[in-house]
Every structure is written in C-alpha cells, then in structure tokens.
Design a protein around this ligand. Structure first.
Ligand code: AHR
Length: 520
C-alpha cells in the first residue's frame, strides 16, 4: 500500500481555471472531418451533413474551444477552396497526409458545426505555403461586417453576420522538417510577427498564438522559443506547446509518469517566456497554448505506417492513426489534465488532439455507431468538475523510479474550488501493482462528499482493456469506501485508490447540505 498524504489549502488560489483548458482539435486528416463530424449519408446527419450522434458526444465531452483546420494540413491549405457553392469547390491533393481533400467542409460549415457544438473556433492560418496576405484575407472574410469584396463574398456565401473569430494560430509546427514550408526560427519569427501586425491592423480584437516547438525533444527546442518570442513578443498572446506521450518498450512506469514530463516541458517554456519578457522589458504576460496534447502511439505510425501512407495512393478520408486507447492510456490522459490544471497560472488553453477518429476520444464508423474511447471519461469528468479556481495542494507520497523521468511521486493530484464552494479533487495512482492509501486534509471548509468516481481496470479486464464498437467495458465506476470527517473549517478524507487509476472526488460545503442546496 502506498501512503499518500495530501494537504489542500482551500482559502488560497493558484489561478482561475482557464475555460479554454478543455479544448479539442479538428484537422482535415484521415476520418476526423469526413466520417467523423461530417457524414451526410449517415442516418443521424442533420441538414448540414453533420452527424448528430457525434455532436452529442462532443457536447458530453465538454469541449470549449476547437482548433481547426490543422495541424500539418493547414500548411498547404487554401482557405478559399472551402467556401462558396460546394459543387464548385476544387478537389485537391493534401501533401501533408497524402490524401485527397474534397473541400466539402470548409470555414462556413465548421463555423456552423462549432455553433451547434457550443464551442469557440480557434482558427489556424497557413504560414507554410502562404503568408501575410492569405491570413489577412481570411480574417477580413471572417470578421468584417460587410461592404468590402471579401466580406461581401462571405455574405453572398450565406453568412450575413461575421463569424467573429478572435483566436488565431499563426502556422503549425514550423520548426519540424516534416512541415510544408518548414522554417528556421528567424524566418518563422519574422513572418509570424508581420502576419500578426497585419492581422491586428485589420481587426484589433484578435488573440494570437505563435508556434512553439513541436515537442521537447526537437534539437532546436528552447532556442526556437527564445528566437520566435524575441521577434513576436509584442504581438503574441500565447505560444504553443505540442506534447504527445506513449508507452514504449514495455516501460509502463515512465508512461504512467508522463505528466512529470509535461510538468517539466511547461516549466521550461514558462521560464523562457519570463526570460524574454525580462530581456525586452515586457509587462504583459504570454500564455502557453498546449494546442496539441494526447497519448499517441507515434512510434507505431513512424515505424510501420508512415512511409507506406505517404508514398501510396491519395485516398479520401483514409483511416489514419486511429489509435485504440486502453485503461492505462486513459489514466495517463487524466494525469496530463492534472498537470495542465496545476499550471493554470501559465497555461492559457489546451487542445486534446484530436476530437474524432484520429487519436481521438470519440470514434465513429461510416453508416454505423459512434462511441466513447477510454480517454473520453477523464476529459469529460475534468471538464465538468474543474470549476472556479485551482487551489494549492502539497503532497507527501512515496516515489517510484522511472527510466525517463527519474524519481516520480506515485500519486499525483490537483484540486479546484467552484464559486459555490464545491471542491473537486482529481487524483491519479500511477503504481502498476499497488493500491494507495490516500489521506487528504482540506483546510478552510467543512465539506461532505457528493460524489466519487474512479477509472481503473474493469472487472474481468486488465490494463490493456479497450472500448470497441462492439463493447465498451471501460467507464468510470463509483469509488467506494470514501470516509469524510468535517468539523469547523477543516475536512479530512481517506480512501484507497486502486493501482493504475484516475479518480475524481467532489465535495460540497456542509452548510449547503443542511440548507439542501443542490450542486450545479
Ligand atoms: O495531430 C496529428 C499531427 O500531429 C498534427 O497534424 C501535427 O500538428 C502534429 O505533428
């Protein structure tokens, strides 16, 4: 049994929970758009061709903002191809993923879908094959009310009102040699700065994300951020971080400790932002936009599929990187969310990549079902329960040795308090074999337990159990045996956490219970 003692200081605040922390990502890649969110022939499709079953799951997932249309795809994309009468839209080769793009979904359709899903659009511009002019044109087309060639074209194409998109990504992973139009940090920094300036001239409301490194292992990591920020700091509101994790060579201990890697990544980028701000005498803050993160079995893609896919035919909506997630993956996704929440003072937004079919929490089959992957649940529960502000939490927990990250505490947690005083505790047990004896002291309120759920190995399954179209055995279950003792302004909680588990416990003020106030 792993002893795990936590102390939560409810009266103090790390930062408000950023609503955009629960973002998603829809790329024109594989079956994310076509057969994912959009399938006009599907029995559940609405008049716009969007699948109602998928939309329902997107709503349940609790996504707040969705990045679109890429990803690597955006670096060769002409946004004009996706507007106007569908029958006249060109069919193009997409060189990023070696697929054929029919352009049946574009800006208007995505804006309609996003409104139905209740999410903000985070629009990426192409700084690979294109540049300042195309980015400005897209912005004017999207946001100017009317009376100019571009805005009137939008109105003629059926959108009388501007889309009002304020959040924009300036390119994607421009540090990566795989990126169409890959650039050096200086080349990208200059282009991003001038694109940003032009976009602000056109619409002063824009919020801009400059591209950071594609991952922490890039040889240019660090220097890339410094150089790009030196060029763009006066214009940038956020800098991106992309972070994917996987279990490799059977090293499950390192995989379960992936959040320690994300913690280091975020702390390093935050340090670089501070360094450049000081160097330039900047008073404004620059947020970290973790606009691609997830578990992704990238080595399998690179070793076994990439070469064949990228040199083969040019299919429409091929099955690309449709990773099937198991229990361990879901626990890691939950733990990465803990890391993101812990960094709420620096992370301004985050996007689980991607939303449907392509390394996604939601899967769908053409003319068939849509279902929740294992990773759906920690995301949906965190998005639903992490409200208000993140509060400081200290841990006294046994550590385990990992190959990738050294000593890592076996239990990790974060806690939030909503405006009505409800406390949520998100906690992960990263041990493969041992349960953890969790003991939590919550200073500042007398609380009672409202709900406790855990995602762990299901009865009859193992840590590799997945959810498939036919059966979905992995879902959160009640976490039994929670003992809560509250008195005055303190609460003590104890429970046993199963090995390889992610749990959420929600408590509400004892006073609200006696008054019978339900928790929203
Ligand atoms: O999400 C899949 C791909 O991962 C994206 O297109 C790219 O930005 C990243 O490398």
């Amino acid at each position: 049994m792993i002893p795990a003692d936590l102390r939560v200081r409810l009266g103090e605040t790390v930062a408000p929970v950023p609503p955009r922390l629960f973002g998603g990502f829809v790329e024109h890649m594989g079956r994310c758009v076509y057969q994912g969110i959009y399938e006009p022939e599907h029995p559940s499709a609405d008049e716009g061709g969007f699948r109602a079953d998928v939309l329902e799951l997107v709503r349940e997932l609790g996504v707040t903002v969705v990045r679109y249309p890429g990803g690597n795809f955006v670096s060769g994309y002409r946004w004009e191809d996706g507007v106007g009468p569908r029958s006249e839209r060109p069919v193009r080769l997409d060189a990023a993923w070696h697929q054929t793009e029919t352009n049946q979904v574009g800006l208007h359709e995505f804006a309609t879908w996003a409104a139905q899903a209740g999410v903000e659009v985070m629009q990426a511009v192409n700084l690979g094959t294109r540049g300042i002019e195309a980015a400005g044109d897209l912005l004017e087309y999207s946001n100017h009310p009317g009376g100019t060639a571009l805005s009137d074209r939008r109105r003629a194409n059926g959108a009388e009102e501007p889309f009002g998109i304020t959040l924009w990504c300036l390119g994607n992973e421009m540090d990566g040699p795989w990126q169409i139009g890959h650039k050096t940090a200086d080349e990208y920094g200059r282009l991003a700065a001038e694109t940003a300036r032009y976009m602000r001239f056109l619409d002063h409301r824009v919020e801009l994300v400059v591209a950071g490194s594609s991952n922490m292992e890039m040889p240019t990591f660090g220097e890339w951020e410094r150089t790009v920020l030196r060029h763009t700091a006066d214009q940038a509101d956020h800098i991106s971080v992309h972070a994917y994790y996987e279990e490799s060579d059977g090293d499950v201990a390192s995989f379960l400790a992936s959040a320690a890697g994300l913690d280091r990544y975020l702390d390093t980028v935050a340090g670089i932002i501070d360094e450049v701000r000081e160097e330039l005498g900047l008073t404004k803050q620059i947020g970290i936009s973790v606009d691609e993160w997830n578990v992704w079995y990238q080595r399998d893609w690179n070793d076994n599929h990439k070469d064949a896919v990228l040199s083969g035919d040019w299919p429409v909506a091929p099955r690309l990187i449709e990773d099937e997630y198991n229990v361990t993956d879901a626990v890691v996704v939950g733990s990465l969310l803990i890391s993101l929440l812990r960094h709420s003072d620096r992370v301004s937004m985050a996007n689980l990549a991607q939303l449907v079919n392509v390394i996604a929490p939601i899967r769908s089959e053409p003319d068939g079902a849509a279902w929740r992957q294992t990773t759906f649940f920690p995301f949906a529960l965190t998005s639903a329960r992490a409200r208000g502000r993140v509060v400081p939490l200290s841990v006294k927990v046994a550590a385990g040795l990992t190959e990738k990250y050294g000593e890592v505490e076996l239990v990790d947690a974060v806690s939030t308090v909503s405006d009505d005083g409800c406390v949520s505790l998100f906690v992960v047990n990263r041990s493969v074999d041992d349960p953890a004896a969790l003991s939590v002291e919550l200073d500042g309120a007398e609380l009672v337990l409202e709900d406790a759920q855990t995602l762990t190995v299901p009865a009859g399954g193992d840590r590799f159990t997945t959810n498939t179209q036919e059966s979905q055995p992995v879902a959160p279950v009640a976490l039994d045996g929670v003992v809560v003792e509250g008195a005055g302004t303190a609460t003590r909680l104890s429970v046993t956490l199963p090995p390889i588990s992610w749990s959420v416990l929600t408590l509400r003020p004892a006073a609200a219970v006696s008054e019978g106030t339900p928790h929203a």
